[in-house]
Design a protein. Structure first.
Length: 436
């Protein structure tokens, strides 16, 4: 393909060199004359292992050139310009919008179908609210009909960017429509990695989720390491062993957005760790913020219910997670208490916590610690749901999914755990998820 790449910094120059090495005809465009000259002289405009070699080879093969403006024809325009922080911390769109305007002017002259692919990191909504309108204004054409648009976030790391380009974990293509996505997917047909095609907003957000998570992981490891050292323990050893657990620690486990955590271990152990940190004069800010954030997730659930304006609630689930009757520190019990305090009528169904089955410690807990909640329990979904206007699904259970198929469609459903993956928010507002 003939590809124009706007911005020849880390992302743009590496993309240009790698795409040229794959046989595409690449024109790099930068407002910085030094970067343009450097590519045309066969050198990397930034320091990256292997970059100059690839650029030299691309120049020799006649597949790569650099200029300060687009010319001729092209099939794809890739925007790779910077999106720095503004003084107030917000994302500056200054460069990316200027580049989008140039691309719009360029596609005004193009008679063939052209696809614009954004590789710069931009916040969710930017494509629809800013980039596409700018492209349309400058081209006089309509996105989706006259030209294609994709958001193709870049995940390379400086220092290993060429290796990362050819061995990515995946390629994410947010597409305005299938035709746009097909063109961008074609650029990566030789790379052995899953290509994930999604909508523009998800692609924009995935990039931020990744970077926020990387930052969180570094800080988490540092906080555990600092505490370990204060306690005379080798933090490196701790995290090395920690990372060997690829079932729970380094895995998709616990990475599904939904309701708050609870139970007899996580809150207790986090509190104990924080108390210990205080004893050795440490302030692990990230670890300390976890419980407060978890409390806010319970409030988030409460707010969803409050906004319905209804007062009769069926709560499906009470114990802190599926397949247990353990009620200690259940965030669902906390949510129920919040609702009772605000005058809601609650009916609760949880097969695992059904009073008839409870014995020993859990029976004592429910009778002595939360007797007001036990009196609200029903022995079937049907009786819990019968007098309710809103059904809150607070825990996973195949029984809920099956029985809810037959429930009156006018009742509102609030899903805190993505129990009904086939349902999404509908125009009538009869289904709402907590994080989707
Ligand atoms: P950079 O600052 O190294 O390069 C940006 C280039 O764009 C500069 O050479 C600048 O002169 C050029 N430019 C600005 N306006 C232009 C215009 N109108 N036309 C042509 N060129 C123009 O930036 P970078 O580090 O390559 O990052 C680019 C984007 O990719 C950012 O949004 C960044 O967040 C994202 N990203 C960066 C990395 C990374 O490791 N650096 C990784 C993934 C994603």
């Amino acid at each position: 393909m003939r590809i124009n790449i706007y911005g020849l910094g880390y992302v743009g120059s590496v993309s240009a060199a790698c795409l040229a090495s794959e046989g595409h005809r690449v024109r790099g465009i930068d407002i910085d004359r030094d970067k343009v000259d450097s590519i045309n002289n066969g050198f990397g405009p930034v320091i990256e292992p292997g970059l100059s070699e690839l650029i030299k080879a691309g120049r020799a093969a006649g597949n790569l050139c650099a200029e300060s403006a687009a010319a001729g024809d092209a099939d794809v325009s890739m925007i790779c310009v910077g999106t720095p922080s503004a003084d107030n911390g917000s994302l500056s769109l200054e460069y990316v919008l200027r580049a989008a305007a140039q691309v719009g002017d360029f596609i005004k002259q193009q008679s063939a179908y052209h696809v614009v692919s954004l590789r710069s990191t931009v916040l969710p909504g930017t494509m629809n609210q800013h980039i596409i309108p700018t492209l349309e204004r400058h081209s006089g054409k309509q996105a989706g009909r006259d030209f294609g648009v994709c958001m193709n976030p870049e995940f390379l790391r400086e220092g290993t960017s060429i290796k990362d380009y050819f061995n990515p974990p995946f390629t994410v293509i947010g597409q305005l429509d299938a035709r746009s996505g097909d063109v961008v997917a074609g650029l990566y047909s030789t790379i052995e990695a899953p290509v994930i095609r999604t909508d523009l907003g998800v692609a924009e957000m995935v990039k931020y989720a990744g970077n926020a998570y990387h930052a969180l992981k570094i800080t988490f490891a540092n906080e555990i390491g600092n505490l370990a050292k204060r306690l005379g323990i080798d933090g490196t050893q701790v995290m090395k062993i920690f990372c060997r657990d690829d079932k729970l620690n380094c895995s998709p486990a616990y990475l599904q957005p939904g309701f708050a955590f609870g139970g007899s271990c996580l809150p207790k152990d986090l509190r104990a760790l924080l108390y210990k940190a205080r004893e050795v004069d440490l302030e692990p800010a990230v670890l300390r913020s976890i419980l407060a954030s978890n409390d806010r997730q319970v409030e988030e659930g409460y707010n969803l219910i409050r906004k319905t304006g209804k007062k009769n609630i069926a709560m499906l689930g009470l114990s802190f997670k599926p397949n247990t009757d353990d009620l200690r520190e259940s965030p669902i019990a906390e949510l129920v208490e919040m609702l009772i305090g605000k005058g809601y009528q609650i009916a609760i169904y949880d097969h695992e916590v059904s009073l008839a089955r409870l014995r020993g410690a859990n029976r004592r807990y429910i009778e002595h610690v939360i007797p007001h909640i036990s009196s609200l329990m029903k022995d079937s979904i049907e009786s819990a749901v019968a007098c309710s206007d809103v059904i809150v699904i607070a825990k996973h259970s195949p029984e809920f999914v099956e029985k809810l198929k037959h429930v009156d469609g006018n009742k509102l459903v609030i899903d805190l755990v993505r129990a009904l993956p086939h349902r999404t928010g509908d125009a009538a507002g009869r289904y709402e998820g907590i994080c989707w």
